[in-house]
Write a protein of this length. Structure first.
Length: 223
């Protein structure tokens, strides 16, 4: 009976461990990597492994069409484009970065610039260093300060990674967006970026793709 009890306990433990592993990994990320360009696959796999190796607390999911890594909030994300990959930390502006590696505010290229080869990736120790910092800040509830809007006269728009990736999946919507004027693009980007929650942002992304596919501007209802 004692051996049977031990066997039951070991089985229960193994099942719990399996459940934890399944929660850490998301099959949609496997699909995302598999569907990426050949040059991007080893880069994405390495980032995924390095982030998980940094802490067993990390779980992964897919938001806005790209892999995200989380612990009590978003930690980092990665994306593959036609000619480069991007890897970014959600709270980059708050992180201790003695070597000046993080490129804050360059959404389209992530936190480390455009990653074209494995040599462009930061070291695993660097990734771990930043991952653990974000985990600590998420656990403490530390938030990124609200960034003030750029002056109206500054003719520069930064398209977030997640929106760029979504546009790549919807060529007709992308074509409309690229042909739009500065002000029309700005209306869509501000509407998306200023969403107060992930759910609201997701809804706005879906609506934006629908309207752009139909050739509509953000304020089409009022014109």
């Amino acid at each position: 009976m004692r051996n049977e009890a031990i066997a039951i306990m070991l089985y229960a433990f193994s099942q719990k461990s399996l459940t934890l592993i399944m929660e850490q990994y998301d099959a949609r990320v496997d699909d995302y990597i598999e569907n990426a360009a050949a040059f991007a696959k080893p880069i994405l796999r390495h980032i995924r492994e390095a982030v998980h190796a940094a802490s067993p607390l990390i779980t992964e999911t897919v938001k806005w069409g790209m892999p995200f890594y989380e612990y009590k909030g978003q930690v980092c994300q990665m994306a593959a484009f036609k000619e480069h990959c991007a890897f970014g930390f959600w709270k980059a502006s708050l992180l201790d970065d003695p070597q000046g590696l993080l490129k804050v505010g360059e959404a389209a290229a992530g936190s480390f610039g455009r990653i074209n080869t494995m040599a462009d990736l930061p070291t695993d120790e660097t990734i771990k260093y930043f991952v653990l910092q974000v985990i600590e800040k998420n656990a403490s509830g530390k938030k990124v300060a609200t960034i003030k809007k750029a002056p109206a006269e500054k003719k520069e728009l930064v398209v977030p990674d997640y929106f760029e990736a979504l546009l790549d999946d919807h060529p007709k919507a992308k074509d409309t967006f690229e042909k739009f004027s500065f002000s029309n693009k700005k209306e869509y980007l501000e509407w998306i970026i200023e969403a107060k929650s992930d759910a609201t942002r997701q809804k706005r992304l879906e609506t934006s793709i629908e309207w752009l596919t139909e050739g509509k501007s953000r304020m089409w209802k009022y014109k």
